[in-house]
Design a protein around this ligand. Structure first.
Ligand SMILES: Nc1ncnc2c1ncn2[C@@H]1O[C@H](COP(=O)(O)OP(=O)(O)OP(=O)(O)O)[C@@H](O)[C@H]1O
Ligand SMILES: [Mg+2]
Length: 113
């Protein structure tokens, strides 16, 4: 099992989710509004916001836990739609997941995804 954690431009979210819905067997998704900075640092960016001592850019975070077979397709779909070619397009992190517990049914592992 893999967690795919994607940090993307907020205006791309609707199109990304539309594309992800087309993947058969996609089990679920969590989305959050976040802010952060990358290597190129937010202060060099037009859309940065100053908070306290630091500059941040607003982004969206998508988190999906999927079985190993689905992971590559999810990553490729997000990358294809999120790409503009400009600095700040975001990143996709792929994390190995050890276990999942489905609270209602007590299922574990891939059955619980
Ligand atoms: N190494 C990292 N760890 C955690 N979050 C990160 C990391 N790199 C980027 N992010 C998050 O992703 C967002 C977008 O990063 P961004 O695409 O600007 O990265 P970058 O390395 O600066 O690349 P670019 O040169 O394309 O701007 C950041 O605002 C931050 O929220
Ligand atoms: Mg950047």
């Amino acid at each position: 099992m893999k967690e795919i954690k994607a940090i993307v431009r907020p205006f791309k979210v609707d199109d990304i989710i539309t594309a992800l819905h087309k993947i058969e067997g996609l089990p679920g998704l969590t989305i959050s509004e976040i802010k952060g900075f990358g290597k190129s640092k937010a202060k060099n960016s037009e859309d940065s916001i100053r908070e306290g001592l630091h500059d941040f850019v607003e982004k969206a975070k998508l988190e999906l836990v999927v079985n190993d077979e689905l992971a590559e397709e999810v990553v490729n779909t997000i990358q294809k739609i999120a790409h503009t070619g400009n600095p700040g397009d975001g990143k996709i992190f792929v994390i190995e997941i050890n276990d999942v517990v489905k609270i209602r049914t007590n299922e574990r592992g891939t059955d619980a995804i």
